[in-house]
Design a protein around this ligand. Structure first.
Ligand SMILES: [Ca+2]
Ligand SMILES: [Ca+2]
Length: 295
């Protein structure tokens, strides 16, 4: 192991027991051993899926993670390790997600990879304890060589990473734009556009319609109200009109006014379309809100 470390590696990953100053009770790697590391500037990122070796808050004592980081002429460039106890099974899940994010999604910023791994772990509904004990020591802005990242990632893809697990994202029949995994009638891109969750069933209607004439208005007939995500780029909500519920036409000419109200939640806004039928003589008029996806 020391030879491999000295030769240089991008990552060193460990699963197993660990204490404040050592990996494994047998002392596979101890604080004292670190002085013998001669890997110079070939310093790896260490992911220590173990216990305690990142207990940085103990005064007057360098835990193993600190010793690795502080070692001159070698050691590690960054250590992701727990400051307390962690169960192997959970840590393994977290590590898997981290390495998925690095090697499959090609994330190249270390801090981003850790946040993504934690997010995927959280989205998978796994126990949150490990998320609280694992700490990152190092520079989160560090760029890993050779990775591509989502440099040109579309906003919809970015959103998917915040609401789905990594496994979901690998399954397009769950996370594809036109899928509806929670079966609430809202396709994933509609959930995205309206600021809803693709895995939480929405039972309320996405739109509300008020009869403006009952409210004493003569300048418009109805008000259509809906809530959308302010940041859902690549989507558009359009009014469509029909006289027979079969053929739908652009209804923008029916909108006399639009009002947008920020909901103050940092995420959504409420939109009101004030609608007037320009030609009431033509008979029945139906309206609908069409969410268009323009990825
Ligand atoms: Ca849905
Ligand atoms: Ca939903």
């Amino acid at each position: 192991m020391f030879d491999a470390w000295n030769d240089g590696a991008l990552f060193v990953n460990y699963f197993g027991h660990g204490g404040l100053d050592r990996l494994a009770s047998e002392g596979l790697l101890k604080g004292d051993d670190i002085t013998t590391l001669r890997n110079s500037n070939k310093t790896p990122v260490v992911t220590a899926m173990t216990c305690l070796i990142g207990r940085f808050e103990l005064p007057g004592f360098d835990c193993l993670a600190e010793s690795l980081l502080l070692k001159e002429g070698g050691g590690a460039v960054a250590v992701w390790a727990p400051s307390g106890l962690a169960l192997n099974e959970r840590s393994e899940q977290l590590a898997k997600k981290f390495y998925n994010v690095i090697f499959e999604a090609q994330t190249n910023v270390l801090g981003d990879a850790i946040i993504e791994a934690m997010r995927y772990y959280h989205n998978a509904g796994l126990p949150s304890h490990v998320l609280r004990v694992f700490n990152f020591l190092g520079d989160p802005a560090m760029v890993l060589p050779g990775m591509n990242k989502w440099r040109n990632e579309l906003p919809f893809a970015k959103w998917k990473r915040t609401v789905f697990t990594y496994e979901d994202i690998m399954m397009p029949w769950i996370s594809g734009s036109a899928e509806d995994p929670d079966n609430d009638g809202l396709k994933n891109f509609v959930e995205y556009a309206l600021g809803r969750h693709p895995k939480v069933i929405d039972t309320d209607s996405a739109i509300e319609i008020f009869d403006a004439r009952l409210m004493g208005s003569s300048s418009y007939d109805v008000i259509l109200k809906y809530v959308r995500d302010k940041y859902a780029q690549g989507t558009e909500c359009r009014l469509e009109v029909s006289s027979d519920l079969i053929n739908w036409d652009d209804g923008s000419g029916y909108i006399t006014d639009v009002q947008t109200i920020d909901n103050g939640d940092g995420k959504t806004e409420t939109v009101l379309f004030y609608i007037k039928n320009p030609d009431p003589e033509k008979g029945a008029c139906f309206i609908r809100l069409k969410v268009v996806f323009l990825p």
